[in-house]
Unconditional design. Structure first.
Length: 128
């Protein structure tokens, strides 16, 4: 298995830095600060997991998730949401466009568990 790479799809650099500091020892974390940067990363590197907020640049994440899955169906996507985004995220889950939804507040341990499960799922998908 190659290095486990994650794209954190979030426009806030402070959020990226916290995520990188928390999970950077276990995963190679890339910053998808906008859609173009994210697509460039995905074209250049074998990324298994995308972690994103339910809102991205003040827009719903739904169209972004669909676009990424069309270009890279092997991606495992995890969405983190606030309470007011639960319906949107539930729709993505029902359509099996995302692997998991986490609702804030979420613990480091829970995120770690989901990331581990997501990479198992990703590895299983690319093996088939």
């Amino acid at each position: 298995m190659t290095e486990k790479s994650i794209v954190l799809l979030n426009e806030n650099e402070a959020v990226f830095n916290r995520f990188q500091k928390t999970f950077g020892n276990d995963y190679k974390v890339h910053w998808g600060k906008d859609l173009n940067t994210t697509i460039d990363i995905l074209l250049q590197l074998p990324v298994g997991v995308v972690v994103c907020d339910a809102r991205f640049h003040n827009q719903e994440i739904y169209p972004v998730v669909l676009s990424l899955k069309m270009m890279h169906p092997e991606l495992v996507i995890i969405v983190v949401s606030q309470g007011d985004n639960k319906q949107e995220v539930a729709e993505l889950e029902q359509k099996q466009e995302i692997f998991a939804a986490l609702h804030r507040p979420v613990t480091k341990k829970r995120v770690q568990e989901i990331l581990e499960d997501a990479f198992v799922h990703y590895e299983r998908n690319i093996a088939n």
